[in-house]
Ligand binder design. Structure first.
Ligand code: ADP
Ligand code: ASP
Ligand code: MG
Length: 427
Protein backbone atom coordinates (compact mmCIF):
# COMPACT_ATOMS: atom_id res chain seq x y z
CA UNK A 1 0.00 0.00 0.00
CA UNK A 2 1.30 3.47 -0.91
CA UNK A 3 1.00 6.61 1.15
CA UNK A 4 0.09 9.61 -0.97
CA UNK A 5 0.06 13.24 0.18
CA UNK A 6 -2.17 15.49 -1.93
CA UNK A 7 -2.32 19.28 -1.63
CA UNK A 8 -5.22 21.26 -3.05
CA UNK A 9 -4.77 25.00 -3.55
CA UNK A 10 -7.41 27.67 -2.97
CA UNK A 11 -8.68 27.78 -6.55
CA UNK A 12 -9.26 24.01 -6.47
CA UNK A 13 -11.63 24.34 -3.49
CA UNK A 14 -13.16 27.73 -4.28
CA UNK A 15 -16.83 26.71 -3.79
CA UNK A 16 -19.05 23.83 -2.72
CA UNK A 17 -19.03 22.25 -6.19
CA UNK A 18 -15.22 22.33 -6.32
CA UNK A 19 -14.98 20.81 -2.85
CA UNK A 20 -17.23 17.94 -3.96
CA UNK A 21 -15.13 17.45 -7.10
CA UNK A 22 -11.91 17.35 -5.05
CA UNK A 23 -13.53 14.98 -2.53
CA UNK A 24 -14.30 12.55 -5.40
CA UNK A 25 -10.70 12.71 -6.55
CA UNK A 26 -9.39 11.98 -3.06
CA UNK A 27 -11.80 9.08 -2.65
CA UNK A 28 -10.68 7.65 -6.01
CA UNK A 29 -7.07 7.66 -4.75
CA UNK A 30 -8.17 5.93 -1.54
CA UNK A 31 -10.24 3.36 -3.46
CA UNK A 32 -7.20 2.56 -5.61
CA UNK A 33 -5.71 1.13 -2.41
CA UNK A 34 -3.65 4.03 -1.07
CA UNK A 35 -3.43 5.75 2.28
CA UNK A 36 -4.24 9.41 1.66
CA UNK A 37 -3.25 12.52 3.58
CA UNK A 38 -4.52 15.85 2.25
CA UNK A 39 -3.23 19.36 2.87
CA UNK A 40 -5.81 21.97 1.92
CA UNK A 41 -5.70 25.74 1.37
CA UNK A 42 -8.41 28.25 2.21
CA UNK A 43 -11.26 28.53 -0.32
CA UNK A 44 -10.55 30.78 -3.33
CA UNK A 45 -9.33 34.23 -2.30
CA UNK A 46 -10.37 33.81 1.36
CA UNK A 47 -6.89 34.63 2.72
CA UNK A 48 -6.73 37.87 0.69
CA UNK A 49 -10.26 38.81 1.75
CA UNK A 50 -9.41 38.23 5.43
CA UNK A 51 -6.24 40.32 5.01
CA UNK A 52 -8.27 43.17 3.49
CA UNK A 53 -10.70 42.96 6.38
CA UNK A 54 -7.87 43.08 8.92
CA UNK A 55 -6.46 46.21 7.29
CA UNK A 56 -9.88 47.84 7.42
CA UNK A 57 -9.92 47.61 11.21
CA UNK A 58 -6.22 48.33 11.79
CA UNK A 59 -3.57 49.76 9.43
CA UNK A 60 -0.92 47.47 10.93
CA UNK A 61 -2.77 44.46 12.36
CA UNK A 62 -1.17 42.76 15.38
CA UNK A 63 0.77 39.77 13.97
CA UNK A 64 -0.57 37.29 16.54
CA UNK A 65 -4.17 38.24 15.83
CA UNK A 66 -3.57 38.27 12.07
CA UNK A 67 -2.38 34.66 12.22
CA UNK A 68 -5.41 33.76 14.34
CA UNK A 69 -7.63 35.33 11.69
CA UNK A 70 -5.93 33.87 8.61
CA UNK A 71 -5.83 30.31 9.95
CA UNK A 72 -9.63 30.43 10.07
CA UNK A 73 -9.62 30.17 6.27
CA UNK A 74 -8.07 26.70 6.22
CA UNK A 75 -10.31 25.56 9.08
CA UNK A 76 -13.34 26.18 6.90
CA UNK A 77 -12.02 24.30 3.86
CA UNK A 78 -10.65 21.33 5.84
CA UNK A 79 -13.95 20.73 7.65
CA UNK A 80 -16.02 21.08 4.47
CA UNK A 81 -13.71 18.72 2.59
CA UNK A 82 -13.92 16.12 5.38
CA UNK A 83 -17.73 16.41 5.33
CA UNK A 84 -17.84 16.00 1.55
CA UNK A 85 -15.68 12.86 1.75
CA UNK A 86 -17.79 11.39 4.53
CA UNK A 87 -20.83 12.08 2.40
CA UNK A 88 -19.27 9.80 -0.24
CA UNK A 89 -19.18 7.03 2.35
CA UNK A 90 -15.50 7.24 3.38
CA UNK A 91 -14.09 8.05 6.78
CA UNK A 92 -12.30 11.40 6.88
CA UNK A 93 -10.96 13.50 9.76
CA UNK A 94 -9.80 17.08 9.61
CA UNK A 95 -6.94 18.41 11.73
CA UNK A 96 -5.67 21.92 12.42
CA UNK A 97 -1.95 22.53 12.02
CA UNK A 98 -1.35 22.09 15.75
CA UNK A 99 -3.43 18.89 15.91
CA UNK A 100 -1.37 17.53 13.01
CA UNK A 101 1.87 18.28 14.89
CA UNK A 102 3.11 21.10 12.66
CA UNK A 103 5.54 22.69 15.13
CA UNK A 104 7.11 25.99 14.12
CA UNK A 105 9.23 28.81 15.46
CA UNK A 106 7.38 31.84 16.82
CA UNK A 107 7.63 34.17 13.80
CA UNK A 108 4.08 35.20 13.01
CA UNK A 109 3.38 35.45 9.30
CA UNK A 110 6.59 33.69 8.26
CA UNK A 111 7.05 30.82 10.71
CA UNK A 112 9.45 28.00 9.90
CA UNK A 113 8.66 24.38 10.61
CA UNK A 114 11.00 23.03 13.30
CA UNK A 115 9.44 19.59 13.79
CA UNK A 116 6.49 17.53 12.59
CA UNK A 117 4.84 15.08 15.00
CA UNK A 118 1.91 13.70 13.01
CA UNK A 119 0.72 11.14 15.61
CA UNK A 120 -2.95 11.90 15.11
CA UNK A 121 -2.62 11.78 11.33
CA UNK A 122 -1.01 8.33 11.61
CA UNK A 123 -3.76 7.20 13.95
CA UNK A 124 -6.41 8.30 11.45
CA UNK A 125 -4.61 6.39 8.67
CA UNK A 126 -4.30 3.30 10.87
CA UNK A 127 -8.07 3.46 11.40
CA UNK A 128 -8.54 3.50 7.63
CA UNK A 129 -9.55 7.17 7.50
CA UNK A 130 -8.44 9.91 5.13
CA UNK A 131 -6.61 12.66 7.03
CA UNK A 132 -7.28 16.27 6.01
CA UNK A 133 -4.75 18.77 7.38
CA UNK A 134 -5.17 22.55 7.34
CA UNK A 135 -2.40 24.00 5.19
CA UNK A 136 -0.32 27.07 5.97
CA UNK A 137 -0.61 26.88 9.77
CA UNK A 138 1.45 25.70 12.69
CA UNK A 139 1.93 26.01 16.40
CA UNK A 140 4.76 27.34 18.54
CA UNK A 141 5.34 25.43 21.76
CA UNK A 142 7.19 28.29 23.48
CA UNK A 143 4.44 30.88 23.11
CA UNK A 144 1.57 28.41 22.83
CA UNK A 145 0.37 30.43 19.83
CA UNK A 146 -0.89 29.63 16.34
CA UNK A 147 1.43 30.66 13.48
CA UNK A 148 1.29 30.86 9.69
CA UNK A 149 4.02 29.79 7.28
CA UNK A 150 3.90 32.71 4.82
CA UNK A 151 1.72 33.22 1.73
CA UNK A 152 1.53 30.05 -0.33
CA UNK A 153 2.56 28.06 2.75
CA UNK A 154 0.12 25.18 2.23
CA UNK A 155 2.67 23.80 -0.21
CA UNK A 156 5.12 23.57 2.70
CA UNK A 157 2.53 21.82 4.88
CA UNK A 158 2.15 19.15 2.20
CA UNK A 159 5.90 18.65 1.75
CA UNK A 160 6.53 18.55 5.51
CA UNK A 161 3.81 15.92 5.94
CA UNK A 162 5.21 13.89 3.04
CA UNK A 163 8.69 13.97 4.60
CA UNK A 164 7.50 13.18 8.15
CA UNK A 165 5.24 10.33 7.02
CA UNK A 166 7.77 9.05 4.47
CA UNK A 167 5.11 9.29 1.76
CA UNK A 168 5.64 7.71 -1.65
CA UNK A 169 4.44 10.79 -3.53
CA UNK A 170 3.67 14.42 -2.77
CA UNK A 171 1.14 15.73 -5.30
CA UNK A 172 0.47 19.48 -5.55
CA UNK A 173 -2.87 20.08 -7.26
CA UNK A 174 -3.48 23.52 -8.70
CA UNK A 175 -5.34 25.47 -11.42
CA UNK A 176 -2.87 24.90 -14.29
CA UNK A 177 -1.47 21.69 -15.80
CA UNK A 178 1.91 21.90 -14.06
CA UNK A 179 4.99 24.09 -14.14
CA UNK A 180 5.29 26.08 -17.36
CA UNK A 181 8.13 27.92 -19.08
CA UNK A 182 6.39 31.14 -17.89
CA UNK A 183 3.20 32.08 -16.06
CA UNK A 184 0.43 31.01 -18.49
CA UNK A 185 -1.62 34.00 -17.33
CA UNK A 186 1.02 36.26 -18.91
CA UNK A 187 2.37 34.08 -21.73
CA UNK A 188 -0.45 32.12 -23.40
CA UNK A 189 2.14 30.23 -25.47
CA UNK A 190 3.98 28.99 -22.35
CA UNK A 191 4.87 25.29 -22.54
CA UNK A 192 4.35 22.78 -19.74
CA UNK A 193 7.58 21.20 -18.49
CA UNK A 194 7.48 17.43 -17.94
CA UNK A 195 10.35 17.63 -15.45
CA UNK A 196 12.34 20.36 -13.78
CA UNK A 197 15.17 20.15 -11.24
CA UNK A 198 14.56 21.39 -7.72
CA UNK A 199 17.50 23.77 -8.19
CA UNK A 200 15.81 25.44 -11.17
CA UNK A 201 12.43 25.45 -9.43
CA UNK A 202 14.02 27.16 -6.42
CA UNK A 203 15.30 29.97 -8.63
CA UNK A 204 11.96 30.26 -10.45
CA UNK A 205 10.04 30.40 -7.16
CA UNK A 206 12.50 32.92 -5.70
CA UNK A 207 11.99 35.02 -8.83
CA UNK A 208 8.21 35.20 -8.52
CA UNK A 209 6.78 31.97 -10.01
CA UNK A 210 4.19 31.37 -7.32
CA UNK A 211 3.10 27.98 -8.66
CA UNK A 212 5.23 26.53 -5.84
CA UNK A 213 6.19 28.30 -2.63
CA UNK A 214 9.96 28.64 -2.34
CA UNK A 215 10.15 27.24 1.18
CA UNK A 216 8.26 24.13 0.07
CA UNK A 217 10.81 23.55 -2.70
CA UNK A 218 13.67 24.07 -0.21
CA UNK A 219 12.09 21.66 2.26
CA UNK A 220 11.52 19.06 -0.46
CA UNK A 221 15.12 19.38 -1.63
CA UNK A 222 16.49 19.01 1.89
CA UNK A 223 14.34 16.00 2.70
CA UNK A 224 14.54 14.28 -0.68
CA UNK A 225 10.81 14.62 -1.47
CA UNK A 226 9.92 14.42 -5.16
CA UNK A 227 7.04 16.77 -6.02
CA UNK A 228 4.40 16.18 -8.64
CA UNK A 229 2.61 19.40 -9.68
CA UNK A 230 -0.61 18.87 -11.62
CA UNK A 231 -4.09 20.17 -12.32
CA UNK A 232 -6.99 19.27 -10.03
CA UNK A 233 -9.30 19.80 -13.01
CA UNK A 234 -8.14 16.84 -15.16
CA UNK A 235 -5.87 13.81 -15.18
CA UNK A 236 -3.06 15.30 -17.28
CA UNK A 237 0.46 14.21 -16.45
CA UNK A 238 1.77 17.37 -14.74
CA UNK A 239 5.37 18.23 -13.86
CA UNK A 240 7.87 16.34 -11.71
CA UNK A 241 10.23 18.45 -9.58
CA UNK A 242 13.20 16.18 -8.88
CA UNK A 243 16.56 16.15 -7.16
CA UNK A 244 19.17 14.96 -9.71
CA UNK A 245 21.37 12.11 -8.48
CA UNK A 246 24.21 13.82 -10.41
CA UNK A 247 24.28 16.58 -13.06
CA UNK A 248 22.33 15.55 -16.15
CA UNK A 249 20.71 12.58 -14.40
CA UNK A 250 17.30 12.15 -12.85
CA UNK A 251 16.52 11.08 -9.28
CA UNK A 252 17.03 7.42 -10.27
CA UNK A 253 20.38 7.94 -11.97
CA UNK A 254 19.01 7.79 -15.53
CA UNK A 255 20.40 10.39 -17.96
CA UNK A 256 18.09 13.30 -18.83
CA UNK A 257 18.57 16.08 -21.31
CA UNK A 258 18.91 19.46 -19.60
CA UNK A 259 17.53 22.33 -21.66
CA UNK A 260 19.58 25.54 -21.43
CA UNK A 261 16.58 27.55 -20.24
CA UNK A 262 13.94 26.15 -17.88
CA UNK A 263 11.76 29.25 -17.88
CA UNK A 264 11.08 32.94 -17.41
CA UNK A 265 9.68 34.27 -14.13
CA UNK A 266 8.33 37.71 -13.34
CA UNK A 267 7.77 39.63 -10.13
CA UNK A 268 5.87 42.83 -9.41
CA UNK A 269 6.19 42.65 -5.64
CA UNK A 270 9.40 44.64 -5.25
CA UNK A 271 10.28 48.32 -4.95
CA UNK A 272 13.56 50.14 -5.51
CA UNK A 273 15.22 52.56 -3.11
CA UNK A 274 18.11 54.78 -4.23
CA UNK A 275 20.38 56.51 -1.75
CA UNK A 276 21.60 59.52 -3.74
CA UNK A 277 24.93 61.27 -3.17
CA UNK A 278 26.67 58.90 -0.76
CA UNK A 279 30.31 59.81 0.07
CA UNK A 280 32.48 57.26 -1.79
CA UNK A 281 34.59 56.23 1.20
CA UNK A 282 35.03 52.86 2.93
CA UNK A 283 32.25 51.88 5.33
CA UNK A 284 29.26 53.65 3.76
CA UNK A 285 27.71 50.53 2.22
CA UNK A 286 28.21 48.73 5.54
CA UNK A 287 26.48 51.57 7.37
CA UNK A 288 23.51 51.68 4.96
CA UNK A 289 22.93 47.95 4.81
CA UNK A 290 23.27 47.51 8.55
CA UNK A 291 20.43 50.00 8.96
CA UNK A 292 18.42 48.15 6.29
CA UNK A 293 19.09 44.79 7.98
CA UNK A 294 18.05 46.10 11.39
CA UNK A 295 14.70 47.14 9.96
CA UNK A 296 14.17 43.48 9.03
CA UNK A 297 13.96 43.96 5.25
CA UNK A 298 15.18 41.27 2.86
CA UNK A 299 17.03 43.03 0.09
CA UNK A 300 17.39 41.49 -3.34
CA UNK A 301 19.49 43.36 -5.92
CA UNK A 302 22.12 45.99 -5.10
CA UNK A 303 23.79 48.36 -7.56
CA UNK A 304 26.43 50.98 -6.75
CA UNK A 305 27.51 53.44 -9.41
CA UNK A 306 31.09 54.65 -9.89
CA UNK A 307 31.45 57.95 -8.11
CA UNK A 308 31.59 61.19 -10.04
CA UNK A 309 35.24 62.32 -9.97
CA UNK A 310 34.29 65.95 -9.29
CA UNK A 311 32.16 65.29 -6.23
CA UNK A 312 33.41 61.98 -4.83
CA UNK A 313 29.75 61.03 -4.39
CA UNK A 314 28.01 57.87 -5.57
CA UNK A 315 24.46 56.46 -5.71
CA UNK A 316 23.48 53.12 -4.21
CA UNK A 317 20.23 51.43 -5.33
CA UNK A 318 18.64 48.27 -4.00
CA UNK A 319 15.38 46.37 -4.40
CA UNK A 320 13.26 44.91 -1.61
CA UNK A 321 9.68 43.73 -1.01
CA UNK A 322 7.24 46.66 -1.43
CA UNK A 323 5.90 46.02 2.05
CA UNK A 324 9.34 46.60 3.62
CA UNK A 325 10.11 49.86 1.79
CA UNK A 326 8.44 52.32 4.16
CA UNK A 327 10.24 50.96 7.22
CA UNK A 328 13.60 51.17 5.46
CA UNK A 329 12.96 54.73 4.23
CA UNK A 330 12.13 55.83 7.76
CA UNK A 331 15.22 54.16 9.22
CA UNK A 332 17.51 55.70 6.58
CA UNK A 333 15.96 59.14 7.04
CA UNK A 334 16.72 59.03 10.78
CA UNK A 335 20.39 58.27 9.99
CA UNK A 336 20.76 60.80 7.16
CA UNK A 337 23.37 62.97 8.86
CA UNK A 338 25.36 60.01 10.11
CA UNK A 339 25.56 58.51 6.59
CA UNK A 340 25.90 61.88 4.88
CA UNK A 341 23.84 61.16 1.76
CA UNK A 342 21.97 63.84 -0.20
CA UNK A 343 18.54 62.35 -0.91
CA UNK A 344 16.41 59.19 -0.93
CA UNK A 345 14.34 58.01 -3.89
CA UNK A 346 11.55 55.44 -3.68
CA UNK A 347 10.24 53.74 -6.82
CA UNK A 348 7.45 51.17 -6.53
CA UNK A 349 6.75 50.96 -10.25
CA UNK A 350 9.42 48.39 -11.08
CA UNK A 351 9.13 44.86 -12.41
CA UNK A 352 11.69 42.06 -12.38
CA UNK A 353 12.18 39.50 -15.12
CA UNK A 354 14.33 36.42 -14.47
CA UNK A 355 15.61 33.86 -16.93
CA UNK A 356 16.43 30.53 -15.24
CA UNK A 357 18.21 27.44 -16.51
CA UNK A 358 20.86 24.99 -15.32
CA UNK A 359 22.37 24.99 -18.82
CA UNK A 360 23.50 28.61 -18.33
CA UNK A 361 26.49 27.25 -16.45
CA UNK A 362 27.95 25.85 -19.61
CA UNK A 363 26.55 28.18 -22.25
CA UNK A 364 28.08 31.55 -22.95
CA UNK A 365 26.05 34.30 -24.56
CA UNK A 366 22.76 33.87 -22.69
CA UNK A 367 23.01 37.39 -21.19
CA UNK A 368 23.78 38.91 -24.60
CA UNK A 369 20.77 37.13 -26.11
CA UNK A 370 18.54 38.32 -23.25
CA UNK A 371 19.64 41.94 -23.54
CA UNK A 372 19.21 41.82 -27.33
CA UNK A 373 15.66 40.46 -26.96
CA UNK A 374 14.78 43.31 -24.59
CA UNK A 375 16.39 45.87 -26.89
CA UNK A 376 14.44 44.54 -29.87
CA UNK A 377 11.24 44.90 -27.85
CA UNK A 378 12.13 48.48 -26.92
CA UNK A 379 12.46 47.74 -23.21
CA UNK A 380 14.95 49.59 -21.02
CA UNK A 381 16.97 47.67 -18.42
CA UNK A 382 17.41 49.49 -15.09
CA UNK A 383 19.29 46.91 -13.00
CA UNK A 384 20.90 43.53 -13.64
CA UNK A 385 21.87 40.71 -11.30
CA UNK A 386 22.99 37.15 -11.92
CA UNK A 387 23.49 33.85 -10.15
CA UNK A 388 25.04 30.72 -11.60
CA UNK A 389 21.78 29.65 -13.25
CA UNK A 390 19.76 32.89 -13.37
CA UNK A 391 19.86 36.37 -14.92
CA UNK A 392 17.44 38.99 -13.57
CA UNK A 393 16.70 42.46 -14.91
CA UNK A 394 14.58 45.28 -13.55
CA UNK A 395 12.26 47.08 -15.98
CA UNK A 396 9.35 49.51 -15.67
CA UNK A 397 6.38 47.68 -14.13
CA UNK A 398 4.09 48.47 -17.06
CA UNK A 399 6.58 46.97 -19.53
CA UNK A 400 7.10 43.73 -17.63
CA UNK A 401 4.49 41.54 -19.32
CA UNK A 402 5.69 42.64 -22.78
CA UNK A 403 9.25 41.90 -21.68
CA UNK A 404 8.35 38.39 -20.47
CA UNK A 405 6.59 37.56 -23.75
CA UNK A 406 9.44 38.97 -25.85
CA UNK A 407 12.11 37.02 -23.95
CA UNK A 408 10.03 33.84 -23.99
CA UNK A 409 9.73 34.08 -27.76
CA UNK A 410 13.38 35.04 -28.33
CA UNK A 411 14.63 31.96 -26.47
CA UNK A 412 12.40 29.69 -28.55
CA UNK A 413 10.21 28.75 -25.60
CA UNK A 414 6.83 29.48 -27.24
CA UNK A 415 4.74 26.33 -27.63
CA UNK A 416 2.33 25.31 -30.38
CA UNK A 417 -0.88 25.59 -28.40
CA UNK A 418 -2.33 27.91 -25.79
CA UNK A 419 -1.86 27.00 -22.13
CA UNK A 420 -5.09 26.54 -20.18
CA UNK A 421 -5.78 28.24 -16.86
CA UNK A 422 -8.68 26.34 -15.29
CA UNK A 423 -9.64 28.61 -12.40
CA UNK A 424 -8.41 31.20 -9.97
CA UNK A 425 -8.34 34.95 -10.16
CA UNK A 426 -4.55 35.26 -10.28
CA UNK A 427 -4.73 37.34 -7.12
P1 ADP B 1 -2.85 27.40 -5.62
O1 ADP B 1 -4.03 28.19 -5.16
O2 ADP B 1 -3.22 26.10 -6.23
O3 ADP B 1 -1.75 27.30 -4.59
P2 ADP B 1 -1.31 29.48 -6.93
O4 ADP B 1 -2.16 30.61 -7.42
O5 ADP B 1 -0.54 29.66 -5.68
O6 ADP B 1 -2.27 28.21 -6.86
O7 ADP B 1 -0.29 29.00 -8.07
C1 ADP B 1 -0.77 28.69 -9.36
C2 ADP B 1 -0.57 29.87 -10.28
O8 ADP B 1 0.83 30.13 -10.42
C3 ADP B 1 -1.03 29.66 -11.69
O9 ADP B 1 -2.42 29.90 -11.84
C4 ADP B 1 -0.17 30.64 -12.48
O10 ADP B 1 -0.86 31.84 -12.76
C5 ADP B 1 0.99 30.95 -11.54
N1 ADP B 1 2.31 30.72 -12.13
C6 ADP B 1 3.35 31.60 -12.11
N2 ADP B 1 4.40 31.10 -12.76
C7 ADP B 1 4.06 29.87 -13.21
C8 ADP B 1 4.74 28.87 -13.95
N3 ADP B 1 6.01 29.01 -14.35
N4 ADP B 1 4.07 27.73 -14.23
C9 ADP B 1 2.79 27.56 -13.83
N5 ADP B 1 2.09 28.48 -13.13
C10 ADP B 1 2.72 29.62 -12.82
N1 ASP C 1 -4.24 30.29 2.08
C1 ASP C 1 -2.86 30.68 2.15
C2 ASP C 1 -2.55 31.74 1.11
O1 ASP C 1 -3.44 32.15 0.36
C3 ASP C 1 -1.92 29.52 2.00
C4 ASP C 1 -1.95 28.83 0.65
O2 ASP C 1 -2.93 28.94 -0.08
O3 ASP C 1 -0.97 28.15 0.34
O4 ASP C 1 -1.43 32.20 1.04
MG1 MG D 1 -0.03 28.45 -4.02
Amino acid sequence: MSLIVQKFGGSSVADAESIKRVAKRIVATKKAGNDVVVAVSAMGDTTDDLLDLAHEVAPIPAPRELDMLLTAGERISMALLAMAIRNLGHDARSFTGSQAGMLTDARHGAARIVDVTPGRVREALDDGAIAIVAGFQGFNRGTGDITTLGRGGSDTTAVALAAALDADVCEIYTDVDGIFTADPRVVPKARKLDRVTSEEMLELAASGAKVLYIRAVEYARRHGVTLHVRSSFNNNAGTIVYNPSKPGHDENGDPVEEPIIAGVAHDLSEAKITVVGVPDVPGKAAQIFNIVARSGANIDMIVQNVSAAATGLTDISFTLPKADAQGVLTALTVERDAIGYQALQHDDQIGKLSLVGAGMRTNAGVSAQLFTALYDAGINIEMISTSEIRISVVTRADMLNDAVRAVHRAFGLDGESEAVVYAGTGR
